[in-house]
Design a protein around this ligand. Structure first.
Ligand code: ZN
Length: 432
């Protein structure tokens, strides 16, 4: 039997005029829900002296201001929810630009739609119920692990929830369980390849055939390397915790851009500086409006991801617009082991500790099997020798504070005042 090409052909190949009609109907319901139930959005409409009824076309949407990550933090934890907590069946988190993350809720319907998107994603890559799927995205407060887990179950595949970490064990599981599909971050896939090679395992002897990778920027050369070293076909996938998780967009077998689930999201591209909406094909920041979410509706949410849109028909038959692969961010974020880190988070955590200077540097080491993040922090030039001695003894405490804020393990090194300096890059990547 030929593999299924579409999970939901009616939706995925819907004529574009019908998609736009569906978006508009759903947008109006979403705006009403947000207006009635989320104080933040109600205020926004009131400030403009309009109601959701005044937004009659998709172009009218541009009258509404953008929703920023900061707006979500201000609602922490449940201020942006449009339903009472008793209707929420799942709670996830998204890292924020400063210390406070935002909290994302899903109702049973939201979760069903979310799972459906991932099922589309898997099916588009040629994954079927015959596959044994090893998920090495982290399972936890972030959305990707659980998202792919339930999506795999929905298509009837066998899911192995290995989660992140212990690379040798990943390889053993891959070999012994005869894994056919791997899903996780691209650089971790390369670490797995390296570990397999060190263990003397030839990837051609494994059963692997497909990999889905996302959560951090990667390019065609990385794709080539993953495909060569693991003997698989590699696909780019895109999701956002604030939008419910993975499956927001994905590559089909053509691999010429990522199809956006336009029945669920309305997407615009803006100039990140002026906020002006750009023409199709122009590169700018992706802005998403959810059109089918109950618990956590977002109107014109700035993703911080740089991309461009293409609504031309795709040879695969899908009609949903494609976005180009995200290779840059507009919000200064870096991604370590699939987790977003914003310099503001580091700054805020460090500012709480007396005796530290203003300058710091993040050093991301990608040369070892596990990405390491080292944070170098200058001591304050005003510190007394006594304070300095005390601070050096406090490295462990600073490390705990940062780990708590960032949600991942870091190394901390205190350095002499002036040794980093104000002109230095905030981030240094050590590659092989
Ligand atoms: Zn396509």
């Amino acid at each position: 039997m030929a593999a299924k090409t579409f999970w939901n052909r009616d939706i995925e190949c819907m004529p574009r005029v019908e998609i736009q009609q569906l978006q508009l109907e759903r947008l109006q319901a979403t705006m009403n829900r947000a207006y009635r139930n989320v104080a933040f959005y109600r205020r926004r409409f009131e400030e403009l002296d309009i109601t959701p009824e005044d937004i009659q076309t998709i172009a009218d949407l541009q009258r509404l201001p953008l929703t920023e990550k900061e707006d979500l933090h201000r609602g922490y934890p449940y201020g942006m929810f449009a339903v009472p907590l008793r209707e929420v069946v799942r709670i996830h988190m998204s890292s924020g630009t400063t210390g406070h993350p935002s909290v994302v809720g899903l109702t049973a319907n939201d979760l069903r739609h979310q799972t459906d998107l991932v099922a589309r994603n898997l099916t588009a890559a040629g994954i079927t119920k015959e596959d044994v799927v090893q998920v090495f995205f982290g399972y936890g407060l972030f959305t990707a692990g659980f998202g792919y887990h339930y999506g795999t179950e929905a298509i009837g595949g066998s899911v192995i929830p290995v989660s992140h970490g212990d690379t040798q064990r990943q390889v053993e599981v891959m070999r012994d369980f005869r894994t056919t599909v791997i899903i996780g971050t691209p650089y971790y896939a390369l670490r797995i390849a390296q570990t397999a090679e060190e263990m003397g395992i030839d990837s051609h002897e494994l059963s692997l055939r497909i990999g889905l990778f996302g959560g951090e920027p990667w390019d065609e050369s990385v794709r080539q390397e993953i495909e060569d070293r693991l003997a698989i076909k590699a696909f780019d996938v895109y999701g956002l915790a604030e939008l419910g998780g993975p499956g927001v967009s994905f590559e089909c077998e053509e691999r010429v851009g990522l199809h956006i689930a336009e029945d669920q999201f309305l997407v615009e591209v803006i100039d990140p500086d002026s906020g002006q909406v750009l023409e199709p094909g122009q590169s700018g920041e992706l802005v998403f409006t959810t059109v089918n979410k109950e618990a956590f509706p977002l109107l014109r949410y700035r993703s911080g991801d740089l991309s461009s849109l293409n609504a031309e028909p795709c040879p695969c038959g899908r009609t949903h617009a494609r976005m180009s692969r995200v290779s840059q961010y507009t919000d200064g974020r870096i991604v370590v082991r699939g987790i977003n880190i914003f310099p503001g988070q580091v700054e805020e955590a460090l500012a709480e500790i007396d005796g530290l200077g203003k300058e710091y540097q993040l050093i991301l080491d990608r040369t070892t099997a596990r990405e390491r993040l080292e944070v170098h922090v200058e001591l304050s030039p005003d510190s007394t020798p006594d304070q300095m001695r005390r601070l050096i003894g406090m490295e462990g405490q600073i490390k705990d504070r940062l780990q708590q804020t960032l949600g991942l393990a870091v190394e901390v090194k205190l350095v002499e005042p002036g040794s980093i300096g104000p002109g230095a890059d905030r981030l240094r990547i050590v590659d092989k």
